[in-house]
Design a protein around this ligand. Sequence first.
Ligand code: ADP
Length: 775
Amino acid sequence: MGSLWLITLESQEVEILQNVMIPELTGRVMDYKELIAIYLQEYVYPSDKEKWQACMSLSALKEMCQSACREKVFEMRFRNQSFGFEWHQAFLHVFEDESGKPDRILLSSRYINEFKRGEIIAKAVETEYDYVNYIDADTNSYVMYASNVQSGTPMPPITSNDYEMEVRTYNRIYVPAEQQEELTEKMMLANILPIIEEKGECIIYGNMLEDGVLKDKKMRYSYFDRENSILVMTRTDITEIKEEKRQKQLLQDALNAASAANKAKSEFLSRMSHDIRTPMNAIIGMTAIAGAHIEEQDRVADCLAKITSSSRLLLGLINEVLDMAKVESGNIVLAEEKIDMAGMTQSIINMIQPMIDRKKQFFEAHIEDVKDEMVIGDLQRLQQVLLNLLSNATKYTPEGGHILFEIKEKPSMQRGMGCYEFSVSDDGIGMTQDFLERIFEPFERADDEAIRSIPGTGLGMAISKNIVEMLDGTIQVESTYGKGSKFTATFCLRLQEQPEWNTASLAGLPILVVDDDEIVCVDVCERLEKMGMDGEYTLCGRDAVEKVVSAHYKGRDYFAVIIDLRMPGMDGIETTRRIRAQVGKEVPIIMISAYDWSEFEDEAVKAGVNDFIVKPLFQSRLVYKLNQLVSKQSEPISKGFNSLPQGEYGGKRILLAEDNALNREIATELLSAVNLDVEVAENGQIAVNMVQEKPEDYYDLIFMDMQMPVMDGCDAVRNIRGLNRKDVKRMPIIAMTANAFSDDVEKTKAAGMNEHLSKPIDMEVLSQTLAKWLL
Ligand code: ADP
């Protein structure tokens, strides 16, 4: 019991029957107002002062009596030294005299701190936890304080002598079957106790059914009383938290996707500007050179060849721009085209040459063990990666530096596949180990003073890596800061049938190879020997002259001498000059160079060079040149640029379906050049009608555009093939279209076309196609 006061209203006195807060007042009679004031001043907790006045002031008591209220209960907080305040509960009871008039009021109060705290904790438990459980680990019993019993959440029994059995029973009912066993196992004391021992707590997550809805629950176990092995376990519903997290994650994912898309777009634009500029630069530069040497036919032809190969690359890039939508949507179609390694390498070197020359760098290209030169793959993407590596090598290597391009064919694990390793090394600025970890990330450029002035986007490598992965290849980089870098890209490519080299007439012929690079010498001699020739090498011009002269006087002239243009000391031209001075014109001399030989051509020819061959020395080139020497044919000036198609088809008739007037004119002109008789149709429907109206076998071949008004090419071909006559089944129909992607090729094939020529028309391909179908 707490305090007990009896207040007499008329005298305004209070008889203090008991008092816990001020024990010395017990038994005294005091002025009520005075007592109330002391309490207000000294004991009432400041926040409850108003409440004290409202309930306990004399006027409040009088008002209570007047309002016929006879009982009142309220809670008050009083100051407490240790905790700030403590809770008391007060009862006011009004007594009346005989006439029924209220005359006294009894106040009794009790200390309710413990109770109140319990209530507060219960409130907190209710909002935070489904329940709090005290488990006696020694006896496997528990007492549970469930706050939420009304909420529909099913609870295990409030007390039990078998915690583990209750867990099993409960989980069997409320936990989804597939999780039951695992969760129950986790909630066993044998699992929990060692974890608490080690970490201080054990947290278990699980799903439980509540009103048919699966909820996420978190169970936390810790020691409540370690000595007596009493654990406290709480169970919290975290469904909302998880849901909130999930929503946040969804938002985050959407944001990431949006910024990735955005990034991909800007990435793409920047990349295009970089990649388009490289071949464009070659085209503009070569046009200027051709203009400056317009009278020199060979020079102009050479420039045109380079312009053509750069235009091809540019065309490839344009195709790729349009293909980009497919890359973004993830369903990229890789081209499957015939690749001639030697041709591809040459066109890459041609493209990179102007950059190398501008920086006066030394460029070498080696091949090792390349036995299979004809492969199948995506030429343009392969070229793009290699061009990227090479252009970086020259960009990040100072003037006068060295760049080495190597191609190796490695043993392949799969039949019908060739494994090629392309590497580009330089002795340029190199990269730090730290940067190497990020080099393939989009937009990453080394944070280096040396590269600030070098234009770049930081995209080339990321793009190259993507392409390499698309082609199922790998790309690696090694670099030492300040010393140089080496990039190695490896691809497995499907092999085409390799042409048979005709080497019979070369058997036993002695050849001298002169190059300061021993790797080249060894590789070339090995290949010469495989062709049945007698290869020998020397590393310097002086030795070469000696060998040639001595062989000459022994009457055993070399069949040919292959000399490198650039050599330290005596270079290739000087070596040639000296050989010619001593042995005359007898021995053919072939000059090899990774460089653009046209610059040195005049001087070299004057010195006595008979022919040129570019590095790297592919087998096909070597055999071709040597065979030419055997048959003593002089090679016609090789035209790398497009000439008119070749052939003679007098009397054959072509139907050309093409809606664009200019394209019609070009195609008619080209086809007429080989004596073909061309009839034109302006759309697919007209083409169908023309075939239908003409007698069988009137047309020998049809060229069909894809996109045309009224009826497109594919529909037209389906209609033609479906006509009820014999010739249309065997008539060659060839797509001639600007729709050049691999899936366009699939479409024309599916419509019944025999081949797919893409515009702009490659004369060589056109000549071959005509020969294939009309001869
Ligand atoms: P870009 O050349 O347009 O900056 P890349 O993605 O091609 O972009 O290259 C990324 C970065 O990697 C370059 O900015 C450069 O810091 C570094 N890097 C690439 N190749 C070389 C190299 N051969 N030598 C030194 N650093 C290189």
